[in-house]
Design a protein around this ligand. Structure first.
Ligand SMILES: [Zn+2]
Length: 252
């Protein structure tokens, strides 16, 4: 039987998990799972929610794995845990699998077959995305991609804004308290508009520390960020070949 060992990671995206009410349900040739998902956890949660009348009395629900070659008996769900039957009871999977695959008629240990109408079910898909790609038309698929990209941008934007809100007022206050409110380059001293400029940008790993900050007027802050001014470790000066950016030092 197929298992992870002879399964190429290249095909990993094709793995599906499905659950059956009991071993007997699984063993019925052609029977379909109650629910299907790429996520074993989702399948297990769903199984636990819906099999009160089965677990333990009629039989333990089972989870099978499809590596792209059909369902393979794998886990048995017991009250408090999921048992990997392939490890704990190596003989069981082949027994049930053999009956299911019609390779053996030996039903030793198996109970009555479940009613036919119980077997004739349509699997519920717990995780639709990508599981049955052919059933998703192009526009839906594009929309899904757009939504997830948007979510990511929104999340990162939110994180960035939160970081700014958390750090910026505090670091500005500390920077001005330490260095004063005059622009480090031109000396313009207008506390209402002075900014705390990063010497090394936070996008380049610069710390939000007083050591890495200097007070700057908005114009020179912007000029520095644009590369028109350079920091030599001690003071700001015009970059080579850069046009002068006012106000000029010492004139503010
Ligand atoms: Zn300035």
């Amino acid at each position: 039987m197929a298992d992870e060992d002879d399964f190429s990671p290249r095909d990993a995206g094709a793995i599906k998990f499905g659950w059956w009410k009991t071993n007997e349900h699984f063993s019925a040739p052609g029977s379909k799972p109650e629910a299907v998902s790429r996520s074993r956890d989702l399948v297990e949660d769903d199984l636990r929610e819906r099999t009160d009348e089965y677990g333990g009395s009629v039989g333990w629900p089972v989870i099978a794995v499809d590596f792209g070659r059909g369902w393979q008996y794998a886990y048995r769900a017991q009250t408090t845990r999921l048992v990997d039957v392939r490890e704990e009871s190596p003989g069981q999977p082949s027994k049930y699998q053999g009956v299911r695959d019609e390779k053996t008629s030996n039903r030793g240990g198996l109970r009555e077959m479940p009613p036919r109408d119980e077997l004739d079910i349509t699997p519920r898909d717990l995780d639709v995305s990508g599981l049955f790609p052919s059933s998703v038309d192009e526009s839906e698929s594009d929309l899904a991609a757009a939504i997830s990209v948007g979510d990511e941008i929104e999340r990162r934007y939110a994180e960035r804004i939160v970081n700014q809100r958390l750090h910026q007022p505090e670091i500005r206050r500390l920077t001005l308290a330490h260095y004063g409110t005059a622009c480090t380059y031109c000396g313009q001293d207008v506390p209402e508009i002075v900014e705390a400029a990063h010497l090394i940008a936070d996008s380049e790993g610069g710390a939000a520390s007083v050591e890495n900050m200097r007070p700057m007027c908005p114009n020179h802050h912007r000029a520095y960020d644009a590369g028109l001014l350079v920091w030599d470790g001690d003071r700001f000066g015009p970059a080579d070949g850069a046009p002068p950016v006012g106000p000029a030092p010492g004139t503010a």
